[in-house]
Ligand binder design. Structure first.
Ligand code: AKG
Ligand code: FE2
Length: 319
């Protein structure tokens, strides 16, 4: 990858990983100006919106002026998953409005399935209603084998796979100080094991290395009920009890499945702003051995690891 591309990707990541603004902050800043009852402090908010607006116009001017920059930014944005809340402005400015009726009206819980056939699942696969298939991964050897030490041993066997994450895949430090997966997987063993009084941690990354993918796939099978085509890029999220990913919408081309390999995690799912009046938010708890399927391009989502075991998940896009 050329140096300029690497620099652009690093810039994009820095923007994505800023966590000082949340979706609700951004909403509170920008939305009330269009409502009848303007809250106190609305002058300041308008000023902030003005500054943010001017910043966006300046950025757009730069993007239009520099050859190839648009393609590069779009490519980088489209490959981005699990962006934190601050990508909100970019995402909200560029995504197509959700058709609330077909995505979320009347949906106030995930659809629960047990051992569906591919034909049964096909009816729900693209309907955008979150689905959980209880126990679908219960007999995978991953449930016994996957652990921070296992991931570290696989990556140590192929050290250039770490570099592949930095250049072609993504690492999300979430609530940690690490800047690379290598650093995260080499954290203090007490902290890894969630010894009381050590710092909480939660990380996520995608794997682009085919040799690592092969090692991982020795321990899980493509869920039978899914359409044939699942992405070759696995996503792993791992960490102890407490907050996981912040509320965000992804910018990926397909829906995702995610298997809960260990621990238990609660997803908070919220409709996009244009559907807020018509649709509800709800929680979905996924336990060890369950597989959750969510259209993360349509549902805002954040995650919380429930008290108890370390949470480990693996998944990818499908269809
Ligand atoms: O598992 C998590 O904590 C977040 C996952 C996520 O945001 C996603 O799969 O899009
Ligand atoms: Fe996400």
């Amino acid at each position: 990858m050329e140096r300029r591309q690497v620099e652009l990707r690093a810039l994009h990541r820095r923007l994505l990983l800023r966590t000082d603004l949340s979706v609700s902050d951004l909403r509170a800043i920008c939305l009330p100006a269009s409502k009848h009852d303007l809250p106190p402090g609305h002058g300041t908010r308008r000023a902030i919106c003005g500054v943010v607006g001017a910043f966006i116009v300046l950025l757009l001017a730069i993007v239009l002026a520099v050859p190839n920059l648009q393609d590069e930014i779009l490519r980088s944005a489209f490959e981005s998953r699990c962006v934190v809340a601050n990508n909100f402005l970019l995402m909200e400015a560029s995504r197509t409005e959700t058709d609330c009726e077909s995505v979320c009206v009347g949906v106030d819980a995930a659809h629960e399935l047990h051992a569906p056939t591919r034909a049964q699942f096909a009816m729900l696969a693209y309907a955008s209603r979150p689905v959980v298939v209880r126990g679908a991964a219960a007999d995978w050897s991953a449930l016994r084998v996957f652990s921070p030490a296992f991931f570290r041993s696989v990556y140590e066997a192929y050290p250039d796979a770490y570099r592949a994450i930095e250049s072609d895949c993504q690492f999300f430090p979430f609530r940690t100080e690490f800047s690379t997966l290598r650093d995260a997987l080499n954290m203090d063993p007490d902290r890894v094991s969630l010894v009381p009084d050590t710092k909480p941690w939660y990380i996520g990354w995608s794997n682009c290395d085919p040799r690592v993918a092969e090692e991982l796939r020795r321990h899980y099978q493509r869920p039978e009920f899914l359409p044939e085509d699942i992405s070759a890029t696995d996503w792993i999220f791992m960490g102890g009890p407490g907050p996981g990913a912040a509320m965000h919408l992804d910018y990926v081309s397909r829906p995702s499945w995610q298997a809960q390999i260990s621990g238990s995690k609660t997803w908070r799912l919220a409709p996009p702003p244009e559907c807020e009046q018509l649709c509800s938010s709800f929680n979905l708890t996924v336990n060890k051995g369950d597989i959750v399927l969510i259209d993360t391009n349509q549902w805002y989502h954040d995650t919380f690891v429930n008290p108890g075991e370390l949470s480990i998940t693996i998944g990818s896009e499908y269809g």
